[in-house]
Design a protein around this ligand. Structure first.
Ligand code: DOR
Length: 441
């Protein structure tokens, strides 16, 4: 007896859609196609729906421990499964920062008890741990090290080149980097903040050069030390052309859906500080260059950078308003909008949010829609539109910059290792969640 049968499933297998029935047992795909007469405890008829391998969000901030008035792992992961996300990588700028084995273990323990999806956590690099990162990141469930080269939310920062080099040398897994140059951030702040400022100043303060200097530094160091790095939330045309020319298999690149959807100044006129994040949303020429990067495969991964703050915090006058916006629940929906517009295909989406995360971070047991793989699925209805609303959001912060946006499709099911976490848009009872495992060498 199987646990679950998916009938009439139009599955993305390798690079092609094929409609078939498949069977799931003990969290794995065991029958593809289904053998005649096979039975299961539960069957879903997925006629007319699009079945993708379960999408992974490799950049979220779920704020637990320490900042749980903004978000926690339970609410963040509820948003994830409602938004079609099967597993997440969570960032270390919590309170305390995740810089020790104990703090990583604490997050893994909380997630085991409260997460609605599968999970992994980043280890934050600091001056204190930079020389022995490998002895902490080997913990099962740790996806790698995160380095903030410029200061953002929280106090994690690696400013000195010496510490940066130590961190690159001691880390063994792929290193994720927030690329903004701290020295230039300080200089620009002095130059610009003498006069009263509004949120429109944000992309001028954290300007193109700020991003480019740090991205070049990170890439050059990775090439010199032969280390694998992942440059997070790339935002400028200049970085994209630099990366296109200089990237090899050591370097991977992320863009966020918000940088691929919103542009300045319109976003600041309309959304004020709700559009404020680091690195900033910039003018349209950058958005177009990011799309070119997605299309020519300079961009490897789309991650949400889900970074909630309360509306009360966001409504403070700039620059007191904190940077970041929720996104884990809206990322796949925004991509459906871009698929409809012809900016990318379902194949691209599966590559950017499943196959590349699996390959680049060496996630185990994720083979795609194939016998032997974890039975993870994101299922989409292209014929039913959906309107994003604040009231639909699970985040504790209670809002999205995409409130009111009508999407030409909807997410119907999220299945985590054979367990339905969301059915017909409805959150289910919490699944038995588990940490992702990584091949470590
Ligand atoms: O806008 C941002 N918010 N960028 C970051 O790098 C951090 C994030 C947060 O944690 O709030």
């Amino acid at each position: 007896m199987l646990d679950l049968i998916l009938k009439n499933a139009n599955c993305l297998i390798e690079d092609k859609f094929e409609t078939l029935d498949l069977g799931i047992k003990d969290g794995k795909i065991t029958e593809l196609p289904l053998s005649p007469g096979a039975q299961a405890t539960k069957t879903f008829d997925l006629k007319g729906l699009t079945v993708l391998p379960g999408l992974i969000d490799t950049q979220v901030h779920f704020r637990e421990p320490g900042l749980t008035h903004k978000e926690d792992i339970a609410h963040g992961s509820r948003g994830a499964v409602k938004g079609g996300i099967v597993s997440f990588f969570e960032m270390p700028n919590t309170n305390p920062s995740t810089t020790t084995r104990e703090s990583l273990e604490e997050k893994l323990n909380i997630a085991k008890k409260t997460s609605y999806s599968d999970y992994a956590f980043y280890l934050g690099a600091s001056a204190e741990n930079a020389q022995h990162l490998h002895t902490i990141e080997d913990l099962d469930g740790c996806c790698g090290v995160k380095i903030f080269m410029g200061s953002s939310t929280g106090n994690l920062l690696v400013e000195s080149e010496q510490v940066l080099e130590q961190a690159f040398t001691s880390a063994k897994k792929r290193i994720a980097l927030h690329c903004e140059d701290e020295e230039r951030l300080k200089k620009r702040k002095q130059e610009l903040f003498q006069e009263p400022v509004t949120v429109h100043t944000h992309p001028l303060w954290r300007d193109e050069q700020t991003a480019l200097i740090a991205t070049k530094k990170a890439v050059n160091l990775a090439l010199k030390l032969k280390k694998q790095i992942h440059t997070l939330h790339i935002t400028t045309a200049e970085e994209m052309s630099f990366l296109k020319e200089n990237k090899n298999s050591l370097i991977s690149v992320e863009c966020t859906p918000q940088h691929l959807t919103l542009s300045a100044p319109e976003c600041y006129d309309r959304l004020k500080s709700l559009a404020q994040m680091n690195p900033p949303i910039r003018e349209k020429r950058h958005l177009e260059a990011l799309w070119t990067g997605v299309q020519n495969k300079t961009v490897d991964i789309i991650g949400s950078d889900h970074a909630p703050h309360t509306l009360e915090e966001k409504n403070q006058d700039y620059p007191k308003s904190p940077s970041g916006m929720p996104g884990v629940q809206t990322t796949v929906l925004l991509m459906l909008e871009h698929i409809k517009k012809g900016r990318l295909s379902f194949q691209d989406l599966a590559r950017l949010m499943y196959h590349n995360p699996v390959r680049l971070f060496k996630i185990q047991n994720k083979l795609g829609i194939k016998v032997g793989s974890d039975a993870d699925f994101t299922i989409i209805d292209n014929n039913k539109s959906f309107q994003i609303e604040n009231s639909w959001m699970e985040t504790k912060s209670g809002w999205t910059p995409f409130d009111g946006m009508k999407i030409p499709g909807s997410i119907t099911h999220t299945i985590v290792r054979g367990q339905p976490a969301m059915i017909d848009g409805e959150l289910q009872e919490r699944i038995e969640s588990k940490n992702l495992s990584f091949e470590y060498n």
